[in-house]
Ligand binder design. Structure first.
Ligand SMILES: Cc1cc2nc3c(=O)[nH]c(=O)nc-3n(C[C@H](O)[C@H](O)[C@H](O)COP(=O)(O)OP(=O)(O)OC[C@H]3O[C@@H](n4cnc5c(N)ncnc54)[C@H](O)[C@@H]3O)c2cc1C
Length: 364
């Protein structure tokens, strides 16, 4: 099996393929975990179940919340950095509605009061009156998780740019990199924002959006925030090294920022003013990452069809935002589908192409 893309999604496919007995896995990727062009390198790493007014996506996210701890258990050097996260980036009515909606879908969320917040976040100077609390939410270090999943997958990882997918009679037979042609009867595309270009080489039009996310990292600090927090104009958590990772308004687009370093310094300064801490807190570095956004915001996972509606064999796609949340089951259920041909209900709504209808398939 060839996997194109060595971010968290590719790592989950490689890991689950290995678990299912696929013994020759080659991963080709222009960037590796930790390289600055990867979304995974630049992630905030919050695993959560929220998908307002989208029950099937919320169910998939919650299933990933349930699965992450099992995955962590299987892999010796993998841990989560914190469990449980607070949100108060909605007005009070919307916050209560959101929590109620997700509870009615069976999710592990609740409303926390100011006194509960003060107990869980003792270093935060001003707590809101109410916050939503995702009981099973996690913080995961994206690069580390990706590296550990790859290690456990025993796959061969090659730093290479894939220029073209090779396809004959609706059958993908391999890939052409800058240096060589590699043949295989199964190519999994986990290439994030590289997906539209790759699919265009087999005449598939696949649109994506993107936005830029800026995150400021402080110097390592003593324990100040036990849980990720998301307010109206900032979000912050502490990573496995004790650094605070601070962003502005959640999902904000930093494309128009004139001076990223100054903005990052201000994020740190503002955060320092919100916390009871008298020691040194400074900007150590910042990251700027492009979010891989499918057009409708939902993950895209599955087989592809040609413009004529014919099934294309030998290729499987998985691309998504919230990949830290979604990668575990995208990889597990994706590999199950690749191997057995059966599609799990949890991913039933996430076909890559909206015009896809399984009954319209014309086998070649
Ligand atoms: C600022 C920011 C904050 C985020 N916060 C969160 C969060 O809190 N929680 C959450 O769940 N998600 C979050 N996300 C989203 C999450 O990080 C991404 O959804 C996830 O990392 C995507 O992983 P991926 O493996 O699909 O893509 P990537 O990590 O981008 O990996 C794709 C790989 O494919 C390679 N590639 C592309 N084209 C080619 C080609 N032609 N040939 C060879 N290789 C190729 C690239 O080099 C890259 O290594 C955030 C993202 C950003 C940017």
């Amino acid at each position: 099996m060839i996997i194109v893309g060595a971010g968290i999604v590719g790592a989950s496919f490689a890991y689950h393929a290995h678990q299912k007995g696929v013994n020759q896995i080659t991963v080709l990727s222009s960037d590796l975990p930790g390289d600055k062009n990867q979304a995974t390198t630049n992630t905030w790493g919050w695993v959560n179940g929220y998908a307002i007014n989208d029950k099937s996506y919320a169910s998939f996210r919650q299933a990933n919340l349930n699965y992450w701890p099992k995955l962590i258990n299987e892999i010796s050097n993998l841990e989560y950095s914190s469990k449980g996260a607070f949100i108060w980036d909605l007005d009070e009515i919307e916050l209560h509605q959101t929590i109620k909606q997700h509870q009615s879908w069976g999710q592990s969320v609740k409303i926390s009061t100011k006194s509960e917040l003060q107990e869980h976040l003792p270093n935060l100077i001003n707590s809101p009156t109410f916050a939503g609390f995702g009981i099973d939410d996690l913080a995961i270090e994206g690069v580390r998780a990706t590296q550990e999943l790859f290690k456990a997958s025993e796959s061969k990882i090659i730093k290479a740019n894939v220029k073209e997918l090779l396809c004959e009679n609706n059958m993908v037979t391999g890939v052409r990199t800058d240096d060589e042609v590699i043949y295989d009867n199964e190519v999994v595309i986990t290439a994030g924002l590289g997906t539209p270009d790759l699919l265009s080489t087999i005449d598939i039009h696949f649109e994506m959006r993107s936005s830029l996310g800026l995150l400021a990292y402080t110097n390592p600090l003593p324990s100040l925030l036990n849980h990720p927090i998301t307010s109206f104009d900032f979000h912050a958590r502490q990573d496995d090294k004790g650094r605070l990772i601070i962003g502005g308004k959640f999902d904000d687009d930093a494309s128009n920022e004139q001076n990223l370093k100054e903005t990052a310094e201000k994020l740190v300064q503002d955060m320092a003013n919100r916390l009871n801490y008298n020691g040194k807190m400074v900007l150590d570095y910042f990251t700027i990452g492009s979010r891989p956004l499918p057009i409708d915001g939902r993950p895209k996972i599955g087989r592809l069809v040609s413009l004529k509606g014919q099934k294309i064999y030998g290729i499987y796609l998985a691309v998504m935002h919230s990949g830290i949340t979604n990668a575990p089951l995208a990889g597990k259920l994706g590999i199950d589908e690749v191997i057995t041909g059966k599609r799990n209900n949890l991913i039933q709504d996430f076909f890559p192409q909206t015009f896809y209808k399984s009954e319209n398939f014309q086998d070649v």
